[in-house]
Design a binder for this molecule. Structure first.
Ligand code: OGA
Ligand code: MN
Length: 283
């Protein structure tokens, strides 16, 4: 059985799963009028991750589209695209095994994290290299009322170097002044349960990749509560898995989701590029 496409604000939206995710058909992202862009953004908040096939974007077109949604984040350490400083490139092959394979919300380690990520698939391996998303609002909804009450009063600390390679950490900690380093990499404290600024829905804002601790708790309490939440977020009912084709663009809302890249394709090549639109301070 297939779910019939339905039209939201003039868009052909094909939901991909019960709770979140949708494929949008018949849209050329490089030539969107303002009304259609507004419909795409509304669909993005509602469906949390959207996929658009057949987008033959140059790097410059990707940047121009992303800028229509807000100011762009410049990543302090990831590889940048040679034609566009605002794009991060994730390129893996027989010399470098895939990364990004731990659940995260992009750039949660700064005071005003990224709201939207816009990823263009340049080259995809013949098999493997899927991406998974999780619905952090559904995950929050799936907790008991008692745990929701408890978590609602807590914060979570996020840090880029939660799992540093010792060399990278040593090099970066020796560079620049301490305030600039903290602004770029954290640690920063956010609400552990955040409220979406557009629809008011609550979601869990802790990730295996970047959340280091819950400052209000003792270290043992913090470790165990985080482990409980990470295990909860692992439940497949909150997840969506996407199999890529080259020239597909995904746009996701980092305020209500997390994602990871499945690194199963070594030594094949996989190359994607990402723009990241800055958002507001989580509340
Ligand atoms: C990202 C990311 C996942 C992937 O672009 O932020 O985590 O599948 N990418 O490449
Ligand atoms: Mn990411």
């Amino acid at each position: 059985m297939t779910i019939a496409a339905h039209i939201d604000g003039g868009l052909a939206v094909h939901p991909l799963a019960v709770r979140f995710g949708a494929r949008i058909e018949g849209v050329d992202l490089s030539a969107l009028d303002d009304d259609t862009l507004a419909a795409v953004e509304a669909a993005l908040v509602q469906y949390k991750v959207l996929f658009f096939a057949g987008q033959r974007w140059t790097a410059a077109q990707q940047v121009a589209f992303a800028r229509r949604l807000g100011d762009l984040h410049r990543h302090p350490v990831f590889d940048r695209h040679r034609d566009a400083d605002e794009l991060v490139v994730f390129a893996y092959d027989e010399t470098r095994r895939g990364a990004n394979d731990t659940w995260h919300s992009d750039v949660s380690f700064v005071a005003e994290p990224v709201k939207y990520s816009i990823l263009h698939a340049e080259e995809i391996p013949p098999l493997g290299g899927d991406t998974l998303w999780l619905d952090a609002e559904a995950a929050y909804d799936g907790l008991s009322a008692f745990l929701k009450d408890f978590l609602g009063n807590l914060t979570s600390e996020h840090f880029f170097f939660k799992n540093p390679t010792p060399d990278a950490l040593a090099r970066l900690l020796a560079e620049g002044d301490a305030d600039a380093r903290t602004a770029a990499f954290g640690p920063v404290v956010h609400p552990l349960v955040r409220t979406h600024p557009v629809n008011g829905r609550r979601s869990l804002y802790v990730s295996r990749a970047f959340t280091t601790r819950i400052p209000e708790l003792t270290p043992i309490e913090s470790d165990h509560v985080l482990r409980l939440l990470f295990e909860h977020l692992d439940k497949p009912e909150f997840h969506l898995r996407w199999q890529w084709q080259a020239d597909t663009v995904a746009i996701w809302d980092n305020r209500s989701t997390q994602h990871l890249a499945v690194s199963d394709y070594f030594p094949a090549r996989r190359r994607v590029r990402r723009a990241a639109v800055l958002g507001e301070r989580p509340r």
